[in-house]
Ligand binder design. Structure first.
Ligand SMILES: [Zn+2]
Length: 203
């Protein structure tokens, strides 16, 4: 593989990027100055040094001091710890947080469950989620907030099923966000009103 092919392969791994777009990125980088590309590569290296993954919700956050273990939401005592919203990915959490319609805790599942999948547990943090729920004090409700798509629906029922026993035992309600979101809606692209409705009409 030459360098163009190597870089194309890397960009193809980015979410939502196909072969053609990946190639366009490579040609774009070729047209930049050496300084531009050096700055880009050093920022990519810095990124890993300046962020950490929260021990509680698995969200990536910018470290304000070395060795920090919790993100600002998990560390904040004003956050309502009786509700826990389960989302697929960081960008979903960020859009719900930005909308200011929800003041509870979050948990990032790390993906959706593909409809045809044998080894589900290796792809999402279901065991981590169960552990978190069982040690959480005062938790009353878990809100499943996945995209309204066949894969999102499938993930919703999978997680419900997995949490059934523990939720019954600890008397925790499991609800789903979604009524109010139209089919095919990605959580991260939903506007405030849509999110507000979906949260109000959760069931
Ligand atoms: Zn956190």
């Amino acid at each position: 593989m030459d360098i163009i092919e190597k870089l194309t392969e890397i960009f193809k791994e980015f979410p939502g990027i196909g072969e053609r777009q990946a190639k366009r990125f490579v040609y774009f980088l070729m047209s930049r100055t050496p300084g531009y590309n050096e700055n880009l590569s050093s920022l990519i290296i810095e990124l890993k040094k300046e962020v950490a993954q929260c021990k509680e919700c698995f969200r990536f956050f910018i470290l304000s001091k070395k060795g920090e273990k919790l993100c600002d939401i998990c560390a904040n005592t004003n956050v309502d710890s009786s509700i826990l919203m389960i989302v697929e990915k960081d960008s979903d959490l960020e859009s719900v947080k930005k909308s200011r319609i929800y003041n509870g805790k979050y948990f990032i599942l790390g993906g959706l469950v593909p409809i045809v999948e044998k080894n589900t547990k290796s792809r999402i943090r279901i065991e981590e989620l169960k552990q978190k729920i069982s040690k959480e004090n005062g938790l009353k409700e878990v809100i499943l907030a996945f995209s309204l798509s066949p894969q999102g629906d499938h993930t919703d029922s999978y997680v419900r099923n997995q949490l059934k026993d523990i939720a019954e035992k600890l008397n925790i309600k499991v609800s789903s966000l979604g009524k109010g979101l139209s089919t095919g809606t990605e959580l991260e692209y939903s506007d405030n009103d849509t999110l507000k409705n979906a949260l109000k009409n959760r069931q």
